[in-house]
Ligand binder design. Structure first.
Ligand SMILES: Nc1ncnc2c1ncn2[C@@H]1O[C@H](COP(=O)(O)OP(=O)(O)OP(=O)(O)O)[C@@H](O)[C@H]1O
Ligand SMILES: [Mg+2]
Length: 390
């Protein structure tokens, strides 16, 4: 147990009594403070926090019982001893009954008796202090425990959600692979037959038109199947050191027609001068999906900004950030959670809703991240973060 300083405060209006007390108690304390009135005593109490107080009963102004009553109020753990004359018995008993004092001694006091009371006082005071310190550290620990429990609970919930999510994705993936496999064969056969029929000599123009609509729709179904295949495959990336700026240039080349058709202008800010370790084909596919989404979100005359930059200082933590920013429709805040879900689309029959879930799968497989910021009516920025080649 930590020993605090043993300080006694003696209060009496007569200086001789104070001197006698000091002499008598010298062996019992590290420090003895004296005050000639209750008021002075209270000031010393606040400054020095004594463990034991010995106070005379009869004093002008505040008497001993009143003084110790104030002590009880301000420093309830201080051990309080009252010195009384015979005439003050009633006051002393009433003070004891009210819990204002722990002990009373008659004047003139017996040195041993007073010494014993002081010892008892310090012992009690120290026990209380130790108890308070323990209670404090216990409640601190309890609070820490509570906080730990809360984070643990939160972590369990998050992890469970992640597991459920990936389980759902893998079931969907297997289902999608099965569907693609089964549907591709009849589609291929149908295309063959449509072609054969369209080549027959005595076919009318109307019939020819109908056949080309049929072909178009079959190809559309085939392209949906291809997206589903990409989604279900989760191909393992074959990584090579790659220039992200070049990949963007390549993706833009592939999209030149839809960009022109919608009169969309392109801004580039290529600052990344380090290569990333990625599967170039897969990252191009991600860029195509993101730029296509941006085109869909834009009205004619809109703008897409593509930028790259290196972030992070420590070599091991360096990444290239690629952003695809549009000033199009934006995404409603309540939809942001869902847009990476497979088959979530707001484009009706024009979208499969697989684009972003494929992107996310590819980026996750690369140990990177995909984030977005969007404001309804103002535009959207997707940011890919990919580790640089090490
Ligand atoms: N840049 C963007 N601006 C506004 N909304 C976007 C943007 N990118 C994605 N979205 C929203 O996210 C949804 C999901 O996108 P995702 O690419 O996964 O599917 P999709 O574009 O609808 O269909 P798919 O890509 O398969 O043709 C979109 O339908 C659209 O509502
Ligand atoms: Mg898309």
């Amino acid at each position: 147990m930590e020993q605090t300083n043993r300080i006694i405060l003696c209060v009496d209006d007569e200086r001789e009594i104070l001197s006698a007390l000091q002499r008598s108690l010298r062996q019992k304390a590290d420090r003895i403070l004296t005050a000639t009135s209750g008021e002075e005593g209270l000031a010393l109490l606040e400054e020095h926090a004594p463990g034991v107080i010995v106070s005379d009963m009869r004093m002008p102004g505040m008497n001993g019982a009143e003084f110790l009553n104030r002590v009880l109020e301000f420093a309830p753990h201080t051990f309080r001893i009252l010195l009384t004359g015979h005439a003050d018995m009633d006051a002393a008993i009433s003070a004891i009954n009210k819990g204002e004092i722990h002990r009373y001694l008659h004047k003139p006091w017996d040195a041993d008796e007073l010494g014993h009371a002081i010892e008892q006082g310090f012992e009690r005071h120290q026990l209380i202090q130790a108890n308070l310190a323990l209670t404090d550290s216990l409640s601190e620990k309890n609070q820490e425990l509570e906080e730990l429990n809360m984070t643990l609970e939160q972590k369990v919930v998050e992890r469970t959600e992640q597991l459920l999510h990936s389980e759902r994705l893998s079931v969907l993936g297997r289902l999608a692979a099965g569907i693609v496999h089964e549907v591709m064969t009849p589609l291929t056969i149908s295309v063959g037959w449509v072609e054969t029929v369209s080549k027959s000599p005595n076919i009318t123009e109307d019939q020819q038109n109908s056949l080309s609509i049929a072909t178009e729709q079959i190809f559309r179904a085939a392209s949906i199947m291809e997206s589903m295949r990409d989604f279900s495959r989760k191909k393992h990336p074959i990584k090579t050191p790659t220039d992200a700026n070049k990949l963007i240039g390549h993706a833009l080349d592939l999209l030149i027609h839809p960009l022109k058709q919608k009169n969309i202008s392109i801004s580039r800010s290529f600052e990344a001068n380090e290569r990333i370790n990625v599967d170039g084909e897969q990252i191009t596919q991600v860029l195509l999906n993101l730029i296509n989404n941006a085109i869909d979100a834009l009205d004619s005359g809109g703008r897409i900004t593509l930028s790259t930059r290196v972030v992070g200082t420590a070599q091991s933590a360096r990444s290239v950030q690629v952003t695809v920013k549009d000033n199009g429709s934006g995404i409603a805040p309540d939809l942001v959670q869902q847009i990476f879900e497979p088959f979530f689309s707001t484009k009706g029959s024009k979208g499969t809703g697989l684009g972003l879930s494929i992107c996310k799968g590819i980026i996750d497989n690369h140990g990177g991240s995909i984030d977005l910021e969007s404001r309804l009516g103002q535009g959207t920025t997707f940011t890919l973060t990919l580790p640089v080649e090490s």
